[in-house]
Every structure is written in structure tokens, then in C-alpha cells.
Ligand binder design. Structure first.
Ligand SMILES: [Cu+2]
Length: 731
């Protein structure tokens, strides 16, 4: 470890003082996520989406297809690359901060992987990280700020978030430890009836999840479907059809797709001298001096910088190594000055033609902070149109003034997002995120870590637009002393959108999208086609309504809380050796989700859940639903929440998801069916530093709750047979 610090210092020093800092950031073009080299017809099919990025990163590894077997070699490596930083006071050449991060294939974002229903996805995960890992010592250096069970940052595993696949054995099994310098053959069998949609994969080994995902260890995983609509029959009342099959133009050409993998890579540059007492990664360079565990609040809230190294002042590249300083704080992402990146690039520029309907797949791959996605028509400010020239500069806080002026969200400037799928699953109805609002708040596409949202977008005319992460409501901002809040304290530009050429659209964009889809799908039966025009997606939605649980079945509960230092589910910190819930396969449960003290994010593996109800305690102390009987939000209830948190649930009634935020004072009732798969898996908070700190529980799905051992083992069979008694009846 000492040796590697010395090496790091030298490398950065060698890059440095020759180059002067540039005055304005160099605009960076939008790029898709990297793609693995290899032959894969599905990737070819997706060429427009997953083409090798022009100036981007070619990940180590490979992908190939033979029949229905997709073989991926995924290298988990310490990658050295650069992240663009629009802050001109950042002295790195051309505003490119050198970083050294745990990554898939050595790129900022993991490679996009595309599979089809019925595929077997084989992933050879090769953990090339070093065994020499100070976070994995029996007594790690105290300056690393490691809570109990957090550490071993070079040990990993792989989770396919949102996929309905087996959690057992070599499947989507997050109870595995893939040690450094070892490899593991995952085999993910995507069932033939799996919904198509937007999913993602990321590292998920308890204790190192947050550090690895905050380093960028995540990538999109798309299930691409080609099953056309067929009418229901008595034998098959709910035929499977993929929304992909209707998203094309009148000429049949597939709709252009764009992937937006939002990552919040929390890199910091450290000042550790080689041989420093207490170990490495203890002092972060900030605009106000060195930040360590003993720093004042002033320094702790200062933006991070990566200065040039000089003799006697080594500077590490940007790394994610100190759990306590870099991740484990409700406010740190808001104040550290770092930017949410899109496919590994900070504030890229995307150029699209007017009038072209595109499918945008948003994936929130951050670990902790809300992203409130808005698309806003830019207003030219002064002589320089900063959005037209992609020229916002400064760290996030410094960009605030220009951004507020240039990207002012209002009912007149907001471009609607037509959401067709949430958490990968096609909705029964298009949800429009637009200016019309419940409770006096301009709507955003509210995304929490783990969420996905597929939206159709179309730009009415030439001009410049801002892809924003809109600020949290005032009462929720970190700057008002309210923890992490529901979004940043200041709006943040995620990407510049330049609309150039194409055909302008006048009139209502929703009608335009509906008519375009109608015209492009003349072979659909007329009622289905007319429904599509009106936003009815039921023919392509994998689920509509789950039947209720059996009468008398026990409601399950997950209550998230922090009783520092304990991060708990139902009062218990994660114990890998304890099964917290045992439930029976092919049964249905209702769950009540609650969070104490601050919001938490419920995520459960393997099976999605349906949002049955969201309730809030109103001013007179009654618990009331935020929904009307038809699923629309009740304005009076929404307005009663002074923190304006109910809006994010308004589009969720009866939708199916795998991740949902649980706000304080809210209760969320969800329903889930333990379909098909037995085995042990987890539910947890998707604020990943909470998960690492213990906010996770094991759930085991067994063949038969009433059989000895759940019917999983031969144990007890002899006894029950010898006793001559039939197995007790269920329920
Ligand atoms: Cu949490």
C-alpha cells in the first residue's frame, strides 16, 4: 500500500505543472455507455444505442452470443482514467481529473449488456483487485472510518437489479464473496416470459457495496423484447407483448434510444504522505484546506479539489476509499461539489432533431441522493448563451447563479416526459411528467437510487434545453439543515441538449406522440391502436393487478431506522447468518413499509411489488391515503405535507416496482408474489451506505412453509413418514 501511494503521487506530479488551467470547460459530447468488444447480434441490433463511444473507453472483457447463451467476461479492475470537471479552478490539464477507481473493465460506467427473454447470461466476473487491502484487515486503520462489517473493499459480487431470476447458486446471488484475484462464473437464466425493459447490474457484496458503486461499479442491463401484440384468448388471457415492438416510426425504423446511466462518483484526492502514521486515505483536499475526521463543519462542507502535486505535497488521483469521509453522510454529496455524471461524462452535450420522438432510459445508479429529472427550455442570458455553447463553468455551487437564470423551470419552459415504464416494467398507462401540478410544485421525474424510468421525449423546435436535476423543495434542502433532502440544494445541470434541425412540432406534444404511435402501428386492432394513442399501455404491461394474499395470511413489515451506530430493519442490524423472513413460493404477501427519523429506500430482489396504497398522517392525526379511488393524487392531502414529498408517489398507484423511497410519516403498502424461485436473497435500503452499515435483511423462499425445513432439505422427512402423519395443512 505504501508503494502504491508513492506511485500515485509521482504519476500525478508528472502530469501537472506544465499545463495551465483552461478558462472554460471543453464541451464534452454525450456518449452512450461503453460496450464490450465481441460479437452479439443483440448488441448489433442496438447499434444506435450501444455503439463504441467515439473518444470513450473500450472496456476490458468481452461479450459473445451462441444461440441463446450470452457470454460476458467482466473484469473488475482498478481503472485509471479521467473524469471531466467543469470547474476552471481545477488545475488539471483540460479540466480532466485523474482518477483510480474500482470499475468494470476500466471504464467510468460498466459496459451496457443487452439480452433477450429466454437467454442465459453467463458472466465470468474476474476480480483483478489486489489482495493487499487495508480495509480488510482485522483492525483497519481508524482514519478510514469503517463501521462494523464495512470493509474489504476489494471483495465483490454481482447483482442483476430488477431481474426476475433465481437468487440461488450461480444466479443473482448476492450472498457470495468474490475475493480479490479470484473469478466466478455467474449463470443468470432469464426466463422466456421475462418482461423486456431497463434493468441494471452493480456490485452488492455487503460491506463494500457503497464504496464500489460510488466508484462507478454499475452498468445498464437491457432486456430487449420482440414479442408483438396478440389478442387474448381463453387459453392465454394475458399474452406477453413488448412495448419495444410499437416504438418505431411510420417507416418501421426503431425509435432512437438513449441511455442515461446517472452515476454519482464520489472521488476525492487525498494528501497522504507515504508512510503516514495511521494509514492512507485520511485527508481530502478541499477548497478550504484538508478534510479529515477532525475537521470543522466548514471544511467538511467545502467542495473537493484535486490540486497539482508538488515536491513534499503528494496528491493521489481521485479515489473512493474512505467510507466515513466520502460516503457515510446525509449531506456529503450535496456539498462536495462533485457532479452527477451521465454514462461517465459530466455535463455532456446531446444533440437531437426537433420532432423526433426518442426513448430515453434513465437509470439512477447513485448510492444516496435524489435526482429530480426535468427537461427545461433554456433562456439566453446576457451576451453569452451558456447552454447553447455548453459553457457553464465552476463547481456545482458556483454554477448555481448561471443555471438558475438559464434553465428556469416554469410551466412554460418544462418539456414533458412521457413515462412508459418505471423500474423497467411497462406501465399500464403513460404517465406524463409535466407542468400541471399537484400541490403547487412543478413536477419532476423523481428518481431515487435504484430507480429506472423509461420516457418518450420530443422537442418542439430548435433551441437549447437543460436536462436538470432540479433542487429539492426549500424545506428539504441540506442548506436548511435537513439532511440529504429530496434532491440537491441547488439545481444541477445533468446534460446540455441542443435541438438542431428536424421538423418543428406545434401544438400538444402528448397528442403528437399519441398520433405518431397510432400512425406507426396500422396492423394493431383498432381498439388497441386507439388505446395506444390515448396512452393505454395495458396490452404491453407485464402486470396489471395482483390478486390479494390468502385470507388470514400475515402482513409482513419492513421498518427502516437508524439508532446510531445501528442501521436496522425491524430493529435488527444485518446478520449474514440469520434468515429474517421465511415465506412460501407461489404465494402472495402484503408488506407495510415504514421509515423512522429520515427517509430510506426499500428494495427487494427477485420479485417486483405492486404499490397498493401510500398513506400519510394528516394534520388531525388521521392516517389517510394520498390517492383518490381512481389513483390520482388528492390535492388536499398532497398540500398538507409542508415538505412537498407526496408528489413523487402520485404516478405510482398500482404500478409495479422493485425500489421505492419510504418517507417519514408515510406508510407504503405493497403486494408481492413470490413467483417461481426459491432461495435466499435480501431486502435492504438502497441508500447503499445504509445497507453496508446494516440496513438489510435476509429472506428465504421455501417450497412449503409447513414442511420440515420448509421442504428444502431431506431432514425430518423420515421422522414425519415414520410417524405416519400427513403434513399439516397450510393456512
Ligand atoms: Cu436507508
Amino acid at each position: 500500500m505504501m508503494k502504491s501511494i508513492a506511485r500515485i503521487g509521482l504519476v500525478v506530479a508528472a502530469l501537472g505543472p506544465m499545463h495551465a488551467a483552461s478558462a472554460a470547460p471543453t464541451p464534452r459530447a454525450f456518449e452512450p455507455p461503453p460496450s464490450l468488444p465481441g460479437q452479439n447480434e443483440v448488441v448489433q441490433l442496438e447499434a444506435a444505442t450501444v455503439a463504441p463511444p467515439s473518444g470513450g473507453c473500450r472496456p476490458q472483457g468481452s461479450i459473445s452470443r451462441r444461440g441463446a447463451i450470452v457470454s460476458v467476461v467482466l473484469n473488475f479492475v482498478r481503472g485509471r482514467f479521467f473524469i471531466n470537471n467543469p470547474d476552471p479552478t481545477d488545475p488539471q490539464p483540460d479540466g480532466m481529473d485523474p482518477v483510480e477507481l474500482r470499475s468494470y473493465g476500466g471504464c467510468k460506467s460498466g459496459p451496457a449488456i443487452v439480452v433477450k427473454p429466454g437467454d442465459t447470461l453467463r458472466v465470468d466476473l474476474i476480480n483483478q483487485l489486489q489482495k493487499d487491502d487495508p480495509s480488510c484487515l482485522p483492525n483497519p486503520p481508524s482514519g478510514l472510518g469503517l463501521p462494523d462489517l464495512v470493509g474489504c473493499f476489494n471483495t465483490t459480487n454481482l447483482h442483476t437489479h430488477g431481474l426476475h431470476v433465481s437468487p440461488a447458486g450461480n444466479g443473482d446471488n448476492v450472498l457470495l464473496n468474490i475475493a480479490p484475484q479470484t473469478k466466478f462464473p455467474y449463470e443468470i437464466n432469464v426466463p422466456a416470459d421475462h418482461p423486456s425493459g431497463t434493468f441494471w447490474y452493480h456490485a452488492h457484496r455487503h460491506g463494500s457495496t457503497a464504496v464500489q458503486v460510488a466508484s462507478g461499479a454499475s452498468g445498464v442491463l437491457i432486456v430487449k423484447g420482440d414479442r408483438p401484440y396478440t389478442p387474448p384468448t381463453p387459453q392465454n388471457p394475458k399474452p406477453i407483448a413488448d412495448i419495444d415492438t410499437v416504438l418505431h416510426g411510420v417507416n418501421g425504423a426503431p425509435m432512437k434510444e438513449q441511455i442515461f446511466l446517472f452515476q454519482q462518483i464520489a472521488y476525492a484526492c487525498f494528501a497522504n504522505q507515504p508512510g503516514q502514521a495511521g494509514g492512507p486515505w485520511q485527508q481530502i483536499y478541499t477548497t478550504k484546506g484538508l478534510y479529515n475526521v477532525n475537521s470543522s463543519a466548514d471544511v467538511a462542507n467545502a467542495p473537493w479539489i484535486c490540486p497539482l502535486a508538488s515536491p513534499g505535497n503528494p496528491v493521489s488521483p481521485g479515489v473512493v476509499e474512505n467510507f466515513g469521509l466520502q460516503l457515510d453522510s446525509a449531506t456529503i454529496w450535496d456539498t462536495n461539489g462533485r457532479f452527477t455524471s451521465v454514462n461517465g461524462i459530466v455535463q455532456p452535450t446531446l444533440t437531437v432533431p426537433a420532432g423526433e420522438i426518442q426513448r430515453w432510459r434513465f437509470v439512477h445508479a447513485g448510492i444516496h441522493d435524489t435526482v429530480n429529472v426535468q427537461i427545461v427550455r433554456a433562456t439566453p442570458v446576457g451576451a453569452t448563451n451558456l447552454i447553447a455553447t455548453s459553457a457553464l463553468s465552476g463547481n456545482r455551487q458556483q454554477q448555481q447563479t448561471d443555471l438558475l437564470a438559464a434553465c428556469n423551470a416554469s410551466p412554460d419552459t418544462l418539456i414533458p416526459q412521457f413515462e412508459i415504464a418505471s423500474d423497467g416494467l411497462t406501465r399500464t398507462r403513460v404517465r406524463t411528467v409535466h407542468a400541471s401540478q399537484v400541490g403547487g410544485v412543478l413536477e419532476s421525474n423523481y428518481m431515487q437510487p435504484g430507480y429506472r424510468s423509461d420516457v418518450l421525449v420530443v422537442f418542439p423546435s430548435d433551441g437549447d434545453y437543460c436536462l436538470l436535476n432540479q433542487a429539492a423543495p426549500p424545506a428539504e434542502r441540506v442548506s436548511n439543515g435537513n439532511g440529504g433532502g429530496q434532491g440537491p440544494s441547488t439545481p444541477q445541470l445533468l446534460a446540455y441538449i441542443h435541438v438542431r434541425g428536424g421538423q418543428p412540432v406545434s401544438g400538444d406534444l402528448q397528442a403528437y406522440v399519441g398520433t405518431t404511435l397510432y400512425d406507426a402501428n396500422p396492423t394493431l386492432p383498432e381498439p388497441v391502436r386507439a388505446g395506444l394513442r390515448a396512452g393505454d399501455l395495458r396490452p404491453w404491461a407485464p402486470f396489471e393487478m395482483l390478486a390479494p394474499p390468502a385470507v388470514g395470511s400475515q402482513e409482513q413489515q419492513a421498518d427502516f431506522a437508524i439508532n446510531f451506530p445501528a442501521f436496522t430493519v425491524n430493529g435488527k442490524s444485518y446478520d449474514p447468518d440469520v434468515v429474517n423472513f421465511t415465506r412460501e413460493v407461489n404465494t402472495t404477501d402484503d408488506w407495510l413499509l415504514t421509515a423512522q427519523g429520515e427517509p430510506h429506500i426499500f428494495h427487494i430482489h427477485v420479485n417486483p411489488f405492486q404499490i397498493i396504497d401510500v398513506t400519510i398522517t394528516n394534520a388531525t392525526g388521521q392516517r389517510v391515503s394520498i390517492y383518490n379511488p381512481d389513483g390520482t393524487c388528492r390535492p388536499d392531502i398532497v398540500q398538507s405535507d409542508k415538505q412537498q414529498l407526496a408528489n413523487q408517489y402520485c404516478g405510482m398507484w398500482h404500478t409495479f416496482r422493485d425500489t421505492i423511497i419510504v418517507e417519514n410519516n408515510y406508510q407504503i403498502r405493497v403486494r408481492t408474489h413470490y413467483d417461481r424461485y426459491i432461495g435466499e436473497y435480501v431486502l435492504h435500503c438502497h441508500i447503499l451506505d445504509h445497507e453496508d452499515a446494516g440496513m438489510m435483511a435476509n429472506i428465504a423462499i421455501v417450497p412449503d412453509l409447513n414442511a420440515p425445513g420448509g421442504g428444502l432439505k431431506m431432514t425430518g422427512m423420515r421422522h414425519s413418514k415414520a410417524a405416519g402423519q400427513p403434513a399439516p395443512h397450510k393456512h
